[in-house]
Design a protein around this ligand. Structure first.
Ligand SMILES: Cc1ncc(COP(=O)(O)O)c(C=O)c1O
Length: 380
C-alpha cells in the first residue's frame, strides 16, 4: 500500500482536471490572441477559467492575472508592485515561503527596509504586532495566510482591516489555504493574493496573482499584450483550464473537504498520541489548516524516520533538509523557537483527496516501531 501524506508539497491532479486539460490540448489548442475560430475557442477556455477562479475567491474576474505559479505571483506582488517606487518600508513575517522571503531580500538589496514580525511558539503572528511594526512610510504588508510547513493560520482578516484604514497595501500568499478553507476577498480588503493550482488538485506550473482595484505593477514578463499587458507570453491554456476546474471543484466541495481532511488528520494525531511517546504538535490545534499535522518526535533523526516511512509506503516530509551533507533546520520551526535538534525531529503529514481511514490505520500500524528505531539509530 502507498499512502501519500504530502499534499502540502503537491496534490495529485483530480480526474476532472486531467479530463478538462486533455480536452483542451486536443480541441482548443489555438492561440488565445488569434482572432480566428481556433483562437476564439482557446480564449473562451481561458476566460471561463478566470471566472471559475474569481468565483472561488470572491473577486472580480478582471482581477485574476494568470502566472506560472505562486512563486511568480509572490515575486510579482512584491517586486512588480513596488518596482517604480522610491524605497521605503515593508512589513512581513518570520515564517514566509522562500519565494516571499527571497523577494523581501531582493527588496532590501534595493534599499527597502523590511520588518519581519516574530511568531509565537505555535507559529502565529499577533495582528497587533503587525500593526505596531507598520511605520508612517510602510508601503506594503505581506503575510502568508496558511503556512506550508505547519499549517498555522495567520490573522489576515484582522490585518486587512487596519492596512485598509491606513492606506497600506496588503499581499497574502494564500497558496496553502485555497482549496482547504474559504477565502472570500469580498470580505477581506487585501489588494494582492497569490495562489497555485497544484496545491488544490490542479496541475503544476500555473497559478494566479489577484490584483485588486486596478493596482498597477511592472510585469515580471515583458512581452505581448496578454493578461491585459500584465503578464507577457502566450497563455498556458491547458494549465489555466486545469486551475479553473480545480477552483470550481474546491468551491463545490469546500465544506465537506475541510471536515474530511480534519477527520483523517485527527485520526492520525489521536493514534500517534496514543501509541508514540514524547511527541508534540508544531501548531495550535485551533488555528491550523484542517489537513496539516506537523509533529516533533523528541530525540529522533527525522530524516531516517522519513526514509523508513517511504520504504514502508508512506510519503511525508521533514522539518529539516539535507543540504550539502549537513542537516539544515527549517527556518519556520526555528522562528517558532524550536532548536535545530527539535526541527530535525519534526515531520509534516498533510492529508488530502483520496486519503481514507484505512490508509491512516496502516500508517499507525507502522509508525510507532519506525519512530523507536529512528530514535535508537539516530544518534541524537
Ligand atoms: C505557501 C506557498 N507559497 C508559494 C509556493 C510556491 O508555489 P509554486 O510551486 O506554484 O511556485 C508554495 C509551494 O511550494 C507554497 O506552499
Amino acid at each position: 500500500m502507498r499512502v501519500y501524506l504530502d499534499h502540502n508539497a503537491t496534490t495529485p491532479p483530480r480526474q476532472e482536471v486531467v479530463d478538462a486539460m486533455t480536452r483542451v490540448l486536443r480541441e482548443s489548442w489555438g492561440n488565445p490572441s488569434s482572432t480566428h475560430a481556433e483562437g476564439a475557442a482557446a480564449r473562451a477556455a481561458v476566460e471561463r477559467a478566470r471566472t471559475q477562479v474569481a468565483d472561488l475567491l470572491g473577486c472580480a474576474v478582471g482581477e485574476v492575472v494568470f502566472t506560472a505559479g505562486a512563486t511568480e505571483a509572490n515575486n510579482t506582488a512584491l517586486l512588480g508592485v513596488l518596482a517604480g517606487r522610491a524605497p521605503t518600508h515593508v512589513v512581513s513575517s518570520a515564517v514566509e515561503h522562500p519565494s516571499v522571503e527571497a523577494s523581501l531580500e531582493a527588496l532590501e538589496a534595493r534599499g527597502w527596509r523590511v520588518s519581519r514580525v516574530a511568531v509565537d511558539a505555535d507559529g502565529r503572528v499577533d495582528a497587533a504586532d503587525v500593526a505596531a511594526a507598520c511605520e508612517p512610510d510602510t508601503a506594503l504588508v505581506s503575510l502568508i495566510w496558511a503556512n506550508n510547513e505547519t499549517g498555522a493560520l495567520q490573522p489576515v482578516e484582522a490585518v486587512a482591516q487596519f492596512t485598509s484604514e491606513r492606506g497600506i497595501l496588503l499581499h497574502s500568499d494564500a497558496t496553502q489555504r485555497i482549496g482547504k478553507l474559504p477565502v472570500d476577498l469580498s470580505l477581506v480588503p487585501a489588494q494582492l493574493l497569490s495562489l497555485s493550482a497544484h496545491k488544490l488538485g490542479g496541475p503544476k506550473g500555473i497559478g494566479a496573482l489577484v490584483v485588486r482595484g486596478g493596482l498597477e505593477f511592472e510585469p515580471r514578463m515583458h512581452g505581448g499584450p496578454q493578461e491585459q499587458r500584465r503578464r507577457g507570453g502566450t497563455e498556458n491554456v491547458a494549465g489555466i483550464v486545469g486551475l479553473g476546474v480545480a477552483c470550481e471543484l474546491a468551491r463545490a466541495e469546500l465544506p465537506q473537504r475541510a471536515q474530511q481532511y480534519a477527520a483523517r488528520r485527527d485520526q492520525l494525531w489521536e493514534g500517534i498520541r496514543a501509541k508514540v511517546p514524547r511527541v508534540r504538535r508544531n501548531a495550535h490545534p485551533e488555528a491550523v489548516l484542517p489537513n496539516t499535522l506537523n509533529l516533533e518526535f523528541e530525540n529522533t533523526a527525522g530524516e531516517l524516520l522519513l526514509q523508513a516511512l517511504d520504504l514502508e509506503g508512506v510519503s511525508a516530509s521533514a522539518g529539516a533538509a539535507c543540504a550539502s551533507g549537513s542537516i539544515e533546520a527549517s527556518p519556520v520551526l526555528l522562528a517558532m523557537g524550536r532548536t535545530p535538534e527539535q526541527a530535525r525531529g519534526s515531520l509534516r503529514f498533510s492529508v488530502g483527496a483520496g486519503v481514507d481511514a484505512e490508509q491512516i490505520d496502516f500508517v499507525l500500524s507502522r509508525l510507532p516501531d519506525l519512530v523507536a528505531r529512528a530514535r535508537s539509530a539516530g544518534d541524537v
